[in-house]
Structures are given as structure tokens and as C-alpha cells.
Design a binder for this molecule. Structure first.
Ligand code: ASP
Length: 602
């Protein structure tokens, strides 16, 4: 007899002394049979002459009945059991009477009358409640400190299981398309993905350090030179960055690379992959996924990670305001700036909330924010008096404003206007319920610039990484004009993956490195092994890497990647469970030939 669809049969164990059935598999087919179950006491209720215990294992919960008429010894133990004790029972599956059926749980129409029971381990009182589906309101520090208890909670278990199914689907799809899974080293040399490296001192070569990989980028390219043609890996990556909500110092990528392809092939293979993988989370990806040029994404959404589930697009008002005498707009237009706006839809907002929006825009870096409600042919707005009727009508037309619509306008540099309006756009859509619940929006961002000017470093920096191929000719005299053969994939406003066609020609690679300020000697020292490999016959190749944690968080509807990582770190990079990072013995440091400067007080 087999278990319900997604619960695999338990393999026969020697003697089956602990259990022979998953708790979640108790069902109609088992009525009248004797079963053994094992797990944790989810909840215990004492009803005078009877003790009811909800037994929980990985597959679900089932009610046990301890009745002195069935077994005095088991009943006595039932009295003593406490939440989270580990038990094993033997008993008979019976149907519950109609009035005691519990529709909340899958096994709710049955229960197990216990004939024998054993406590395998007693549990201390947990620091927070484990049973139930509620949010764990305990602080995150405590959840991570007792992560093994937090993981017992049903929503957490489901998220981790979903992650496993997603990874399995990735392997299924890629194996099916002829990809080979290959591991690459964790102790390696620096891979330039633009973050700080984690370093590991070498004991055998004192004074030298391994770097933990920021990605397997260089190795996967070497695997293409090696002729594997299609590679993938569920890869651990390490980036020593200041942490943000959706970042972890160690995180997981689905990394892949293909030979004899152009961007079209990579994009199509990945659309099939996404479609297959997200189906396991019940999400249907419509193909083809729309593509948006990088410049258009910035112009229309103010960001290269646009959430395309709703409109409220940014519009350039420079045309409508070309002749304006309004000082604020004039200054932006005459300077190097822009005047851009969004139509936030029909709203009634009190003055205090409008002031709040101005403050929000200023926090985001804008000098100010103009608000206006379309009223008749003009505006209701403190700014209306500074604009002519023609200008008001022009702006209304550009923003598609209808009566009562709220218009928000920023005059600033393009970068600031895009950032401010792009951020307000997504925040307000969320706040005002403009995002259809349960909807999903995907897009590719294509046609990227190859380089951007890095103000802080005073040099050109790659938008992706230095191995990204450029489109057409590379003009060293005009680095800003160079286009990259790169593509990012965005889901509901989160970048979930990015990649490119790579430079296959060593001379072209050296030219790009030179533009980045890496001269031949430094290139040789840092990437000599790659440049050398490219001289031995590199096939045209390209690939992509996905943030697995982010994909799983989005697929499980969680807003934090920590909810889909079994043992994540806190926002400050620590692990409250193990206490990592931690000071080490002086002797260990001596062996490594290094000494620590005075540690920061903790
Ligand atoms: N190595 C890149 C990254 O980690 C992805 C790629 O170009 O394939 O972002």
C-alpha cells in the first residue's frame, strides 16, 4: 500500500523498531492496520480519561489517542509527555467519528489508538512555540540561535523542502539538456565580481592567501576551453560585502555555461529552465519573457531591475516643459538634468501624506518633489501657479493624467530622478495595492553598456565582470559607448540572475582589461591562467548564474532569503548558533604565520 502522492514509502528498516509509516501517510488505506510511528510531540491535550497527542514528523501531523483501556502503560507515559519530546508508538489506525474530524490537517479524518509507546528523548521547554503556522514573532536573533527548533516549524520546513524541489528541478532540466554537473574549488584565487574577497591564509605557504570564490566564473570558462561544452553547478559563492536585507556573505548560485552559443541560445535555454523550475512552485512562466533594453529600463522604470507587474511608468517631461520659466524645472533642463514624472493614479491624499512623500523623495536624494492632482485642464498643486496652461496641459498629456490623478515630478540629474521616481513607483504600488496579488512579472534586461565610470575609483568599471564580451567593435577612445553582450533576468523587481557571452579571444580580453586600468603585467599576474587558456582554442561561450536563495525566497513568497537558507547569518554577518565568526587561538595564528591586530571590542 503506498502513501499519498508526495510522501514516499518508508524503506523497510531492520526490525522497524521505531516506525514503519510516515505520520503524514496515515489515511483511509491504513484503517484497521497496526502501524508504528515516530516523531515529536507537537501538542498534548489531557481529557481526563484520555490523552491526545499530535505526533509530528517531517511529513505531517497525526493524532494519537492514549486510552487506559488500550494500554495502561502507554497511557501513563502519555500523561508525562511534554511538547517536543521524541516518541515512538505502535497502534491501530481508526476512523474518527464525524464530529471529531479535524479539517485543518491532512490526516484529520483518522487517529491512531496507541498500544505501546516509548519516549526516545525528552525535550527541554523550547524558547518559542513550534506548532502552528503562525509567524514566529520571536526576534530573528533567537530564531537563528535555536535554528534547529525554528526549522521544526511547518512554514520553515516547507520552505526548505521547496528549495530542495527547486534544485531537483534545475538538475532535471539541465541534465535533460545535456549539461554536466561539475564542482569547482572553494579555496582558490580572487574572482573579480566586484566585491571584497574572503581570504584564507595558507599554512604551507605563509604570507600567501587563498580567496574564496565570488563565483565560479573563471573555472567555468576553463571548463568550456576543456571541452565540456555544457556545465552547471549549484555553487557556494562568497562575497565580503556590507550586508543588506537580501544578501548573505555565503550564498548559493545555480551557475551554468554553454559553448557554441550566442545570447539567443542562452536566453532560450534559460527560459525553458525557468519555466520548468518554477512550475514546481506552482508558478507559470509565460514564454517568451519580454526583453527590455537597459537604457529603456532606466528611462521607463528608473532602474535596471524593473517590476513589470504594474504600470506607473516614468515619463520624461522635458518636451512639455521645454519653454518653462519655472526656476526649478528650468535649472534642471538647462543644466545636465531632467524633469521626469509618474502618474500615481487617482488618489485622495491629505496634505500630511503628501508632505511625507516629499520627505521620502528627499531621503532618496532628491532636492524636492512636485505633487499635483489633475483638475479640469490644469492642476491642484502649489506648483500650478508657476506653469502656463499650455505646460500644464502638456504634462497632463505626457503622463496620461485623468481627473483626480496624482502626479509626482522630480527635477534633478537623470540618475537621481530615476532612482527617486523608480523607488517611489515600487513603494507606492505596494503601499496602494497596485500589484495584483499572486501575479508574477519577468523580464530580461539586455543591451547593457560594457563599462561605467566609477567615481570613487576614478576609472572605468565593468557593469558585469571583465570577461563579458563586447558587441561589435571596441573603441578605446569612447569606452562609454561600448555595449556588452550581457543579459540579466528580473523577477518581480528582483534581479535573480545575470550573465553574458564571454570574450573568447585573448587579445580582446587584454584590451578590455587595459580599459579597466589593468595593464599587461597585472593581467598576467591575476588572470594569466585564463589568458593562457584562451590561447589554446576557446569555443564561443556564454552563460549565466542565478541567485538560488533569492529564487527560493520569491517562489515561497517570503521577503527574506534567510527564510530559505537552513543556517543563515544575521544582517551583521554573524551566526548566533555557532558563534561564528570567532577569535582563534594564538597558536593557530602562529602556525599560519599571521598576527591579528587588536580585535575590535565586540
Ligand atoms: N559570474 C557571474 C556572476 O556571478 C554570472 C555569469 O556571468 O555567468 O554574477
Amino acid at each position: 500500500m503506498s502513501a499519498p502522492a508526495d510522501i514516499p514509502d518508508l524503506p523497510a528498516q531492520r526490525g522497524n523498531e521505531f516506525r514503519d509509516l510516515w505520520a503524514g501517510a496515515v489515511g483511509a488505506g491504513r484503517v484497521g492496520t497496526e502501524v508504528r510511528l515516530a516523531g515529536w510531540v507537537n501538542r498534548r491535550r489531557d481529557h481526563g480519561g484520555l490523552v491526545f497527542i499530535d505526533l509530528r514528523d517531517r511529513t505531517g501531523v497525526v493524532q494519537l489517542v492514549f486510552d487506559p483501556d488500550d494500554s495502561g502503560a502507554a497511557f501513563a507515559l502519555g500523561h508525562e509527555l511534554r511538547s517536543e519530546d521524541v516518541i515512538s508508538v505502535r497502534g491501530t489506525v481508526v476512523e474518527r467519528s464525524a464530529d471529531t474530524v479535524n479539517p485543518e490537517i491532512a490526516t484529520g479524518a483518522w487517529e491512531v489508538r496507541v498500544a505501546a509507546a516509548a519516549r526516545l528523548a525528552a525535550a527541554a521547554t523550547p524558547p518559542f512555540q513550534i506548532e502552528g503556522r503562525g509567524r514566529n514573532e520571536t526576534g530573528e536573533e533567537a530564531r537563528l540561535r535555536y535554528r534547529y527548533l525554528d526549522l521544526r516549524r511547518e512554514p520553515m520546513r516547507e520552505a526548505i523542502e521547496l528549495r530542495a524541489r527547486i534544485v531537483r528541478a534545475m538538475r532535471e532540466q539541465l541534465d535533460g539538456e545535456g549539461f554536466i554537473e561539475i564542482e569547482t574549488p572553494v579555496l582558490t584565487r580572487s574572482t573579480p565580481e566586484g566585491a571584497r574577497d574572503f581570504l584564507v591564509p595558507s599554512r604551507l605557504q605563509q604570507g600567501s592567501f587563498y580567496a574564496l570564490p565570488q563565483s565560479p566564473q573563471l573555472f567555468k570558462q576553463l571548463l568550456m576551453v576543456a571541452g565540456f561544452e555544457r556545465y552547471y553547478q549549484i555553487a557556494r559563492c562568497f562575497r565580503d560585502e556590507d550586508l543588506r536585507a537580501d544578501r548573505q556573505p555565503d550564498f548559493t548560485q545555480l551557475d551554468l555555461e554553454m559553448s557554441f552559443v550566442d545570447e539567443e541560445d542562452v536566453i532560450e535555454a534559460n527560459e525553458r529552465l525557468l519555466r520548468h523550475v518554477l512550475a514546481v512552485a506552482g508558478i507559470e512562466v509565460e514564454l517568451p519573457i519580454p526583453r527590455i533594453a537597459h537604457a529603456d529600463a532606466l528611462a521607463r522604470y528608473g532602474t535596471d531591475r524593473p517590476d513589470v507587474r504594474f504600470g506607473m511608468e516614468l515619463r520624461d517631461l522635458g518636451g512639455a516643459l521645454a519653454e518653462t520659466g519655472f526656476r526649478v524645472f528650468r535649472a534642471a533642463i538647462d543644466g545636465d538634468g531632467v524633469v521626469k514624472g509618474i502618474n500615481a493614479g487617482r488618489r485622495e491624499l491629505p496634505r500630511s501624506e503628501l508632505d511625507g512623500l516629499i520627505a521620502e523623495a528627499q531621503e532618496l536624494g532628491a532636492k524636492g518633489l512636485v505633487w499635483a492632482f489633475r483638475e479640469g485642464d490644469g492642476w491642484r498643486s502649489p506648483t500650478a501657479k508657476f506653469l502656463s496652461d499650455v505646460e500644464l496641459a502638456g504634462v497632463n498629456a505626457e503622463l496620461g493624467a485623468e481627473e483626480g490623478d496624482l502626479l509626482l515630478i522630480v527635477a534633478d540629474s537623470a540618475a537621481v530622478a530615476n532612482r527617486v521616481l523608480g523607488t517611489l513607483r515600487t513603494r507606492l504600488a505596494g503601499r496602494w495595492g497596485e500589484i495584483p496579488p499572486g501575479s508574477h512579472g519577468f523580464c530580461w534586461i539586455v543591451d547593457w553598456p560594457l563599462l561605467e565610470w566609477d567615481e570613487a575609483e576614478g576609472g572605468w568599471a565593468p557593469l558585469h565582470h571583465p570577461f563579458t564580451a563586447f558587441a561589435g567593435e571596441l573603441d578605446e577612445g569612447d569606452p562609454a559607448a561600448a555595449r556588452a553582450r550581457a543579459y540579466d533576468i528580473v523577477w518581480n523587481g528582483s534581479e535573480i540572475g545575470g550573465g553574458s557571452i564571454r570574450i573568447g579571444d585573448p587579445e580582446a580580453q587584454e584590451r578590455v582589461l587595459a580599459l579597466l586600468g589593468i595593464d599587461a603585467a597585472e593581467a598576467e599576474a591575476r588572470f594569466g591562467f585564463l589568458l593562457e587558456a584562451l590561447r589554446y582554442g576557446a569555443p564561443p561561450h556564454g552563460g549565466i548564474a542565478y541567485g538560488l536563495d533569492r529564487i527560493c525566497a520569491l517562489a515561497s513568497g517570503s521577503d527574506s532569503i534567510r527564510d530559505v537558507i537552513a543556517f543563515p547569518k544575521t544582517a551583521s554577518g554573524g551566526d548566533p548558533l555557532t558563534g561564528a565568526p570567532a577569535p582563534v587561538d594564538e597558536r593557530q595564528l602562529r602556525e599560519l604565520g599571521i598576527s591579528a591586530r587588536a580585535a575590535k571590542p565586540r
